[in-house]
Ligand binder design. Structure first.
Ligand code: FES
Length: 135
């Protein structure tokens, strides 16, 4: 693994949502509702992160490092709603420099926390399929 362990770096400028909002995961067009009362959904990734939302709603999204900002397998692209997402921390910026198919709105799902002020559309790269998670 590479990069610092975010458990020791408190996230800055992360606002959790105050109201329900929706996230559509492409390419499967799976749309889910995020309920702030249920955050944290899991213990993988930052509380309220897109990775937690995906896991909670059985949207498969790789997360090989367990949401510790160390692997980039949770890479996705925010197609709509990027302005409502938490700012990137240095560790995320550094990791994203090396991801395949990087785009301006690329994020690591484990580090991207929407504030709930608008609905989002996110696209999971084709090599990281949004299949129903088999537990
Ligand atoms: S799960 Fe490893 S960087 Fe997000």
């Amino acid at each position: 693994m590479v990069g610092p362990n975010p458990d020791y770096i408190p996230p800055k400028n992360v606002a959790l949502p105050a109201r329900k909002y929706r996230v559509k995961f492409l390419p499967q067009e799976l749309e889910v509702e995020v309920d702030p009362a249920k955050i944290p959904y899991a213990h993988t990734g930052l509380p309220g992160s897109l990775l937690q939302t995906a896991i909670a709603h059985k949207v498969f999204l790789n997360h090989m490092c367990g949401g510790m900002c160390s692997c980039t397998t949770c890479h996705l692209v925010v197609r709509e709603g990027i302005e409502s997402c938490s700012p990137q921390q240095e560790a995320e910026v550094l990791l994203l420099q090396d991801v395949a198919n990087f785009e301006a709105n690329s994020r690591l799902a484990c580090q991207c926390v929407p504030d709930g002020t608008r609905d989002l559309v996110v696209e999971v790269p084709s090599w990281n399929p949004t299949l129903p998670e088999v537990l």
